[in-house]
Design a protein around this ligand. Structure first.
Ligand SMILES: Cc1ncc(C[n+]2csc(CCOP(=O)(O)OP(=O)(O)O)c2C)c(N)n1
Length: 586
């Protein structure tokens, strides 16, 4: 029997086990929407803006092991999706975005609602397709899902002209796919793995540095095993939160621009660094020259060969799936006849760096500190919630104070830093995990970038909790203006803000305003207890609060601006490397 292109598409999605498609209709995809109406294998979620569709699909994927799917129309629908696609691309999230295109004969003629989706998205997709022939449609969808989820994952766009969705053809879905030019490596090189094992055993100051690749590669168990086996200190990137339990004694916290004092000091002063699924981002190591000024051997494990040695010189590169490589590395360590070097002194040093607690803050009785809200949320939810965030100070406070015990619980736009991500992401996560607590930690500016999704949450009964850390400022911008632009707060203050409580109520949800520290915990408990309702909590927080520690742009990793209580401490590093690296400490 012959099916239309639109029917073929919906059948392919069903074959892939798709549960939800997040999307928004329009002329170019009406055939597809009609086919969706006539099937019952997956649900469609009608968002209020295409950007939100892509973020929701992305977060659905981040919190599960499935590929997210979004569907948008041609032209403005497609361009609205681009920010979401770029967000997923920067964080290597497996996703398939289907966009409608004008009829084939009209392509290139500036037809109504035509944009060159393949051209526009080329720099921010793992791959993209324009389906020119209906006979290729099913195989293209199969390829799209395969490419999105294999190797280093990423978003794949499939652009389908409207007349292709209307044509008819026989449907058969390939069981598997072979792509000669695309064969991602799985196993690491045994010789390199052996070398890595020896280096780690000989190290006097080892460090395990893990990133989003561990989360995506489901390698948290192997990370825990190797860290236990060798007693390694573990630090994680923003994207690696939860890949090693944030409440574990061996975990020294996040590193980088807003990392803990101990993580940054340990990173700079280690002698053997095992980097797993992390890419030495500039927000992590700051300036490579400073970072490399302290001699250390670097072992780098990554699925993507182009990520290795991109920013720093690596001594032992290992290309492969992190889970497999770590398993082999554990085996190599067990089989080695080397005895592990004594690292007791290294731990003593790390504990000395940890002792002053660089995340300490003062919560007085008058004004709510944003850190306090996150800390209380962690306590109230027992660390078990999924937490999405937007971008800004609140994102960093969430990362610093919610000590994620498990991977895939922290959902944020790390690479692109997309404001407006949090609420649609929370929606995607809640649909993937209907019984879990899902909280969106946001700021009053970020939430307004996709606040219309409160309407989608109402329609589909998505009872997430919105935690608005409302400082009445573009806080992160204000902090930079305070530090680098002589307190000239150019356009970082919004003079007019909505009444968020009334706004939430207008969308049919519960609104709460909290302005006293004493009320924070009770309000959070009350909100979390309202399991079936979306609760929008507007916390009026300190307008001046800054995120510490902070490594300023262009400075070395250990040149941190520290919180007030640490500014007069004399904390000596073990191996002075470069005078300038410690200039800021005292
Ligand atoms: C789409 C987008 N536009 C601009 C920025 C730049 N930016 C980063 S943080 C920030 C301020 C965010 O303010 P708010 O959401 O209130 O959070 P706060 O920093 O106050 O916690 C801005 C404008 C961005 N990351 N994304």
């Amino acid at each position: 029997m012959e099916l239309t292109g639109a029917e073929i598409l919906t059948r392919c999605l069903a074959e892939e086990g798709v549960e939800y498609v997040f999307g928004y209709p329009g002329g170019a995809v009406l055939e597809i929407y009609d086919a969706i109406f006539r099937q019952d294998k997956f649900r469609h979620v009608l968002v209020r803006h295409e950007q939100a569709a892509v973020h929701a699909a992305d977060a659905y994927s981040r919190s599960s092991d499935k590929v997210g799917v979004a569907l948008v129309t041609s032209g403005p629908g497609a361009t609205n999706a681009v920010t979401g696609i770029a967000t997923a691309y920067m964080d290597s999230i497996p996703m398939v975005v289907i966009s409608g295109q004008v009829n084939r004969p009209a392509i290139g003629l500036d037809a109504f609602q035509e944009v060159d989706m393949v051209g526009i998205t080329r720099p921010c997709v793992k791959h993209n397709f324009l389906v020119k022939d209906i006979s290729q449609l099913a195989e293209t969808i199969k390829k799209a899902f395969y490419i999105a989820a294999s190797g280093r994952p990423g978003p794949v766009v499939v652009d389908i002209p409207k007349d292709v969705t209307q044509q008819k053809a026989k449907f058969s879905y390939p069981a598997s796919i072979q792509m000669r030019a695309y064969t991602p490596a799985q196993k690491g090189h045994p010789g390199q793995i052996k070398k890595a094992a020896q280096l780690l055993l000989d190290a006097k100051r080892p460090l395990l540095y893990i990133g989003g690749g561990v989360v995506l590669g489901n390698a948290a168990d192997e990370v825990r095993e190797i860290s236990r086996m060798l007693g390694l200190p573990v630090t994680n990137t923003l994207m690696g939160l939860g890949a090693h339990p944030g409440n574990d004694q061996q975990n020294i916290g996040m590193l980088g621009m807003h990392g803990t004092f101990e993580a940054n000091m340990t990173m700079q002063n280690c002698d053997v660094l095992l980097a797993v699924g992390a890419r030495f981002d500039d927000r992590v190591i700051s300036v490579p020259q400073h970072f490399l000024s302290s001699p250390k051997k670097i072992i780098h494990i990554d699925i993507d060969p182009s990520s290795i040695a991109k920013r720093v010189k690596v001594d032992v590169p290992i290309v492969g799936h992190v889970k497999d490589v770590l398993a082999d590395l554990i085996g190599a360590i067990q089989q080695s006849d080397h005895k592990q070097a004594d690292i007791t002194n290294w731990w003593k040093q790390i504990e000395a760096w940890r002792a002053p607690n660089s995340l300490h803050f003062d919560q007085g009785s008058d004004i709510i500190m944003p850190q306090f809200v996150v800390q209380k949320l962690y306590e109230v939810t027992g660390g078990n919630a999924f937490v999405t965030s937007d971008v800004g100070q609140h994102q960093m406070f969430a990362a610093q104070y919610y000590r994620f015990p498990e991977p895939k619980r922290w959902i944020n736009s790390g690479g692109l830093g997309t404001m407006g991500f949090g609420l649609p992401a929370a929606m995607g996560v809640k649909l993937a995990h209907p019984d879990a607590d899902v909280c969106c930690i946001t700021g009053e500016a970020s939430i307004q970038m996709n606040i219309q999704e409160l309407s989608t949450c109402k329609q589909y009964h998505v009872p997430v909790k919105v935690i608005n850390l409302n400082n009445r400022y573009l806080g992160m911008v204000r902090q930079w203006q305070e530090f680098f632009y002589g307190n000239r707060y150019s356009e970082s203050y919004m003079d007019a803000l909505p009444d968020f409580v009334k706004l939430a109520e207008a969308y049919g949800h519960v609104g709460m305003r909290i302005d006293k520290p004493a009320d924070v915990e009770g309000a959070l408990r009350e909100a979390m207890a309202l399991k079936d309702r979306l609760v929008f909590m507007d916390f009026l927080t300190d307008q001046q609060a800054n995120v510490f520690p902070m490594v300023q742009n262009g400075k070395g990793l250990t040149q941190m601006d520290l919180p007030p209580h640490m500014r007069n401490l004399q904390i000596a590093p073990p191996t002075p490397v470069n005078e300038r690296d410690y200039g800021n400490l005292c």
